[in-house]
Design a binder for this molecule. Structure first.
Ligand SMILES: Nc1nc2c(c(=O)[nH]1)N[C@H]1C(S)=C(S)[C@@H](COP(=O)(O)OP(=O)(O)OC[C@H]3O[C@@H](n4cnc5c(=O)[nH]c(N)nc54)[C@H](O)[C@@H]3O)O[C@H]1N2
Ligand SMILES: Nc1nc2c(c(=O)[nH]1)N[C@H]1C(S)=C(S)[C@@H](COP(=O)(O)OP(=O)(O)OC[C@H]3O[C@@H](n4cnc5c(=O)[nH]c(N)nc54)[C@H](O)[C@@H]3O)O[C@H]1N2
Ligand SMILES: [Mo]
Length: 795
């Protein structure tokens, strides 16, 4: 393996410009096919070494480059051999008998029949052809896939399915993500674009004096994939004695790890907090008039809103205190402090996964404009430092290509993915989105691979209804996820440990080997689509004549041809050697928007005015005055402590991202033993709230509201604000009465309680997963056995 020091010592002086890759001394230690030894793999939670004994995967070792622990990787062997693996193609019994005339209300409870791959393939192609002929390709829906193989290059689940369906004539389409749709739409409309661009970490470490971590939990959320750089960078704030303040209803893992000052806030009220701070800056004349004048649009109009000129409500710190629960003195003190010192506000994405979710990032951006440090080293606002490789000083390395989705021949207007249930249930319904009218397609067939709707979509009981709508549902997954239970045709995919691929993570290119043969009767996604394409007469277009390994080789060779800093070895040497190539990192002195600040006219934003828009002419013109007006505005969310129904459901419910999982992935593994409580997903509850309900640490509690009910295991802790409970998203939905709308969920699936209507606003139409109100009570009955990981009955 080439470590960084060796690598640097091998860099040939600038004239030659290229480093020599040494002949590899040790052969084949990383390659697949070894019976005893180590195999290098790149998975959806990052690269790692697997250890094999007698042909089986028995253990895991982190990469030497990692440096930061990721306990998640330890469950890889269990994930591979897990009892919830789908062992063979399966078809729901009633569907097998009656096809499109089957009883769809049986989905989720019907048993399955094992079929041969040949029969399964025939069923899939027959169904696609039937729907195509009867209704057209726009009646086929491609299930959203995001984190299955996000970092694979050949087996990119999303692109591979798109490529297949596009080859088959196309499908209806959607846009957006559950992750960052509201923030992406608003930052694109009023500022520089997506949330990914930030200053580099070395510059932040050097220049930032105060890091305000706002609705973000980066020590947890960077641990996936980029821990070796990003988590370390976050942890370094403490080592470097850079002050951190965490604004969060939860004293998060980040607040704990960095020993940060914790400012608890009522969920969903971040806009009010930002307004209270901005009012303080305005009345104390602490705002940066020059920056506002040169680089922003509409401040004077916005200042009138702060003063309450039209609505009669000045947005004072006292006003904000009543809404946010943050004391007025704290709000004022924070505003003054941020103004007085070099401050970066690092904003996560929970605050935009909320009703009116466009407003929080827009308000925080406006606050940063008033502070006037945007474009200065170590100052401003960052919206992606908590995610993947945010702030990583781009390595001078080639981009490794990936499977291309191809073009969708269906030219229907895509619908926002957060409308999933609405769209499946209401074909032909029209909705407003950013000035357009979008008509929902008439979906008859759904094909999902690499996405788990029953853990990722909001309002599970409505989703069950939606899952009863299409005539045919195909799910392709390695495991019997809750979504697979609701399918008609279930295709067993091999996992990322059973196929060849290539990875690019931070500054490494990685050979990802099939560590073992496909388990049971599973097949790698690529092979499944290849055969389906062949049966439908477009195999050549799908494969371009390449096998799995041919694609790996092609992506590698293309990268090799454009590598400027490291001379990459021939593919065979890379593949049979240890398979890690490390590239030098960038300088890390990038300050986001320095050029814009310097010369705004020469380096304009992509907005109508070329400036950062505190008042946006584009947004104003849409006329969405009651859900997305023309400047950042506080509007009460549909559900929060102040809403009418909060007397029945007095607890605000959070469903943040799990430290112990990647969404639903790994929920079925032995990792659960380390964190599940009473065998269920933990729910974090404040001691006063627990006491008032007679709940003790370790008890099974029922969480419920008008949408659903679920059982979780209590963790009583004062690391959470009173009146707030936290249940991480991703625990597998496990209904006591399978298939039944409204059934009690047995083990803490967050989306049983969340809502998917309304969405953020007519502007972004994005998910509001982060917001709901609920009630909790001690579960007095004998808690039912958890059966989420048991495959359904099959014969
Ligand atoms: N370990 C792990 N890492 C992950 C993932 C995972 O599943 N597991 N998922 C990845 C993905 S796909 C994404 S999109 C990102 C998500 O990244 P984010 O969306 O930023 O993560 P969340 O955990 O939803 O929220 C971050 C913090 O916001 C707090 N919060 C919730 N509501 C509010 C509020 O109203 N106001 C304020 N101020 N704070 C609030 C939560 O308590 C939490 O501490 O993470 C990525 N990283
Ligand atoms: N309440 C609430 N809901 C949320 C969120 C929240 O914060 N709160 N966060 C949202 C966010 S940001 C996101 S990104 C989504 C994530 O939602 P998903 O992307 O659905 O999350 P995963 O659980 O990672 O699902 C990946 C699926 O792919 C499967 N899979 C893994 N490897 C393979 C493979 O090689 N081939 C195939 N065919 N399948 C494979 C896994 O078994 C799993 O079923 O959830 C969203 N939902
Ligand atoms: Mo996400």
């Amino acid at each position: 393996m080439i470590n960084r020091r060796d690598f640097i010592s091998r860099i040939v002086p600038a004239a030659a410009g290229i480093a020599m890759f040494p002949a590899l001394a040790r052969a084949a230690s990383g390659a697949g096919g070894v019976t005893d030894g180590r195999v290098l793999v790149n998975t959806s939670i990052g690269p790692m070494w697997l250890t094999k004994k007698g042909g089986n995967v028995v253990g895991v070792e982190p990469l030497a480059q990692d440096g930061v622990d990721n306990p998640l990787i330890q469950s890889m062997p269990d994930r591979l051999y897990n009892r919830s693996r789908i062992v063979a193609p399966m078809v729901r019994r009633d569907f097998l008998a009656k096809r499109e005339k089957s009883d769809r209300t049986l989905r989720g409870s019907n048993d399955f029949v094992e079929v041969s791959w040949d029969d399964a393939m025939k069923l899939v192609t027959d169904e696609i052809s039937r729907v195509k002929t009867a209704y057209g390709n726009e009646s086929i829906h491609r299930g959203k896939s995001s984190w299955a193989s996000n970092h694979a290059h050949v087996h990119r689940t999303e692109a591979m399915l798109q490529r297949f369906l596009n080859g088959a004539g196309g499908c209806s389409n959607f846009f957006g993500s559950y992750s960052s749709q509201a923030i992406t739409e608003i930052l694109t409309a009023v500022a520089w674009g997506g949330p990914g661009t930030t200053s580099d970490w070395p510059s932040l470490h050097e220049n930032t004096k105060l890091m305000v971590i706002w609705g973000a939990n980066p020590v947890t959320t960077t641990r996936i994939l980029s821990a070796r750089y990003s988590t370390k960078a976050w942890l370094a704030l403490k080592e470097k004695s850079i002050e951190t303040i965490v604004i969060d209803p939860v004293r998060s893992e980040t607040a704990q790890a960095l020993d940060s000052r914790w400012v608890p806030i009522t969920p969903g009220t971040d806009v009010a907090l930002a307004l209270g701070m901005m009012h303080t800056l305005l009345t104390e004349d602490l705002h940066d008039k020059e920056f506002l004048q040169n680089c922003t649009n509409g401040f004077d109009e916005f200042a009138e809103y702060l003063k309450g000129t039209k609505d009669g409500t000045p947005k004072t710190a006292e006003w904000a205190a009543k809404i946010t629960g943050v004391p007025a003195e704290t709000i004022q003190e924070l505003a003054r402090k941020m103004q007085a010192t070099r401050t970066t506000i690092a904003c996560g994405w929970s605050t935009q996964r909320q009703h009116h979710g466009e407003q929080a990032p827009w308000s925080i951006l406006t606050l940063a404009c008033m502070l006037g440090q945007i474009g200065l080293p170590g100052g401003g606002a960052a919206f992606g430092l908590h995610y993947a490789d945010g702030g990583f000083p781009k390595a001078d390395m080639p981009v490794v290509g990936g499977m291309a989705p191809g073009k969708n021949p269906v030219e229907l207007d895509p619908f926002p993915i957060a409308c999933l249930s609405d769209a499946w249930l209401n074909p032909g319904k029209k909705i407003q989105c950013k000035g357009r009218e979008i008509t929902f397609p008439d979906i008859r067939l759904v094909y999902t691979a690499g996405g788990n709707q029953f853990t990722h979509h909001q309002n599970t009981n409505r989703l069950i209804k939606a899952f009863q709508a299409p005539e045919t549902i195909i799910v392709q997954d390695p495991w019997w996820t809750p979504t697979a239970h609701f399918a008609d045709i279930v295709l067993p995919a091999s996992s990322d440990l059973e196929r060849d691929d290539i990875g690019q993570v931070i500054n490494l290119i990685i050979a990802s080997h099939a560590a073992v043969a496909p388990q049971h009767k599973s097949r790698p996604d690529y092979e499944i689509y290849t055969e389906l394409a062949s049966r439908m007469g477009f195999e050549q277009a799908y494969t371009e004549g390449r096998s799995q390994l041919d694609w790996v080789r092609k992506f590698y060779d293309d990268a090799k041809a454009s590598s400027k800093t490291v001379q990459m070895p021939e593919f065979d040497e890379f593949w049979s050697g240890e398979g890690i190539i490390e590239f030098p990192m960038g300088k890390g002195d990038f300050t986001h928007l320095a050029d814009f600040r310097e010369e705004p006219l020469l380096n304009p934003m992509g907005t109508a005015t070329g400036l950062i828009e505190i008042v946006s002419p584009f947004v104003s013109k849409l006329g969405y005055d009651d859900d997305c007006p023309g400047h950042p505005t506080w509007m009460e969310p549909v559900e929060w402590k102040g809403s009418a129904s909060s007397k029945d459901y007095p607890l605000q419910f959070l469903s943040a991202h799990p430290p112990h999982r990647l969404h639903s992935q790994m929920d079925n593994t032995d990792a659960g033993k380390t964190y599940k409580v009473a065998g269920r997903e933990p729910v974090y509850i404040h001691p006063e709230d627990a006491k008032a309900r007679g709940i003790a640490d370790g008890d099974v509690v029922k969480l419920f509201n008008g949408r659903g009910e679920t059982l979780a295991g209590a963790v009583v802790t004062d690391n959470i604000s009173q009146g707030v409970v936290l249940l991480h998203e991703g625990s597998w939905y496990d209904p006591q009465e399978p298939g039944k709308i409204g059934s009690l969920d047995k083990q803490g699936s967050a989306n049983v309680l969340t809502l998917d209507d309304p969405l953020t606003s007519r502007f972004a139409q994005a998910t509001i997963a982060s917001l709901a109100i609920i009630q909790a009570e001690k579960y007095a009955e004998t808690a039912p056995e958890v059966t989420a990981y048991t495959p359904p009955k099959a014969s």
